[in-house]
Design a protein around this ligand. Structure first.
Ligand code: KPL
Length: 300
């Protein structure tokens, strides 16, 4: 059994892709646990109904996949891990950086992995999950206990048919994804537009070069090696073009009135800049503007 914590679009993609009967959703504490039912639209072919049962804690899961938002992850795991055997590997799927390290620091004795995925998934309605674009997923160890267990984690995940890679050194992959998210997500949220539309927007064109300059400086200072700001911009623009019609996760969060992951993306870079004594005015401006946007959207 593979337990999935977080029934958002990514959690539902994994649950629907695993063989029938293999996945179970971790019930939310205090909420009556029932099966989760939805229509799943694969990249090709017809949509089909999916029904995923709640995890029965009596059955020790082989794996725990954590597909919560970065900001919810530590609390969700605090409420869950005491009921999951210490030997169950945990795979974190969060965007950005910071939340993974917090989990690894809190449970250093557990086998904790980070996954970086380019699978596209969204949820246009509460009971519909769409696999919007085929991607790849890299999984690598974060804690010493995870280092010897990589193949034990890849094998059951590969039963999903999604493309998986074992990655001994996952931090550079997390950084690559962070760069893409830092260069696309805040612009799509501020402009309220699909990913491809940022490319010709004055806001993007004004700030993308100084943003990439800040990120390149931070990467060198934090031991991630030298990638030129021009190369970073090309990588960001290539993904924006490839996912042109997509709504980014940050735009979707703002639209739904949810707290965004800006604090783990551009906000992470601002905090890192403060630690390393590197100025990050563009990341700071984007972080503040997205935070203001979601503050003004929150209705409760
Ligand atoms: O990962 C993404 C996200 O929306 O968070 C990108 C790459 C921007 C695709 O939408």
């Amino acid at each position: 059994m593979i337990a999935i914590l977080g029934a958002g679009s990514l959690g539902r993609l994994w649950a629907a892709s695993l063989p029938p009967g293999r996945a179970a959703f971790v019930p939310r504490p205090g909420v009556p646990s029932d099966s989760i039912r939805y229509q799943f639209q694969p990249v090709t072919g017809d949509a089909f109904p999916v029904e995923i049962p709640p995890l029965d804690y009596e059955q020790s899961p082989d794996l725990l996949l954590v597909t919560t938002k970065a900001g919810d992850t530590l609390d969700a795991l605090c409420a869950t891990l005491s009921r999951i055997p210490a030997s169950t590997p945990t795979v974190l799927f969060q965007n950005g950086l910071g939340s993974q390290q917090a989990v690894a620091d809190t449970w250093p004795e557990r086998a904790i992995f980070a996954a970086v995925t380019t699978e596209g998934a969204n949820r246009p309605a509460p009971d519909i999950a769409v696999h919007a674009g085929q991607g790849e997923t890299w999984v690598g160890p974060l804690t010493p206990a995870a280092e010897t267990q990589l193949s034990k984690v890849i094998r059951p995940l590969a039963e999903s048919g999604l493309t998986l890679h074992a990655e001994a050194d996952v931090l550079p992959r997390l950084w690559q994804k962070l760069v893409i998210n830092a260069g696309i997500n805040p612009f799509t949220a501020l402009l309220d537009c699909p990913n491809g539309d940022i490319l010709n927007a004055p806001l993007f064109r004004q700030w993308i070069d100084p943003l990439c300059q800040e990120i390149a400086t931070l990467m060198v200072a934090s031991g991630q090696g030298l990638t030129s700001p021009e190369q970073l911009r090309q990588n960001i623009e290539a993904v924006a073009r490839k996912t042109a019609a997509n709504t980014s996760s940050m735009r979707a969060d703002v639209r739904a009135g949810r707290i965004t992951e800006i604090g783990y993306i551009n906000g992470y870079l601002v905090n890192l800049g403060q630690t390393l004594n590197i100025a990050t005015p563009v990341n700071q401006m984007l972080t503040e503007r997205v935070q203001q946007l979601s503050d003004s959207q929150t209705t409760c």
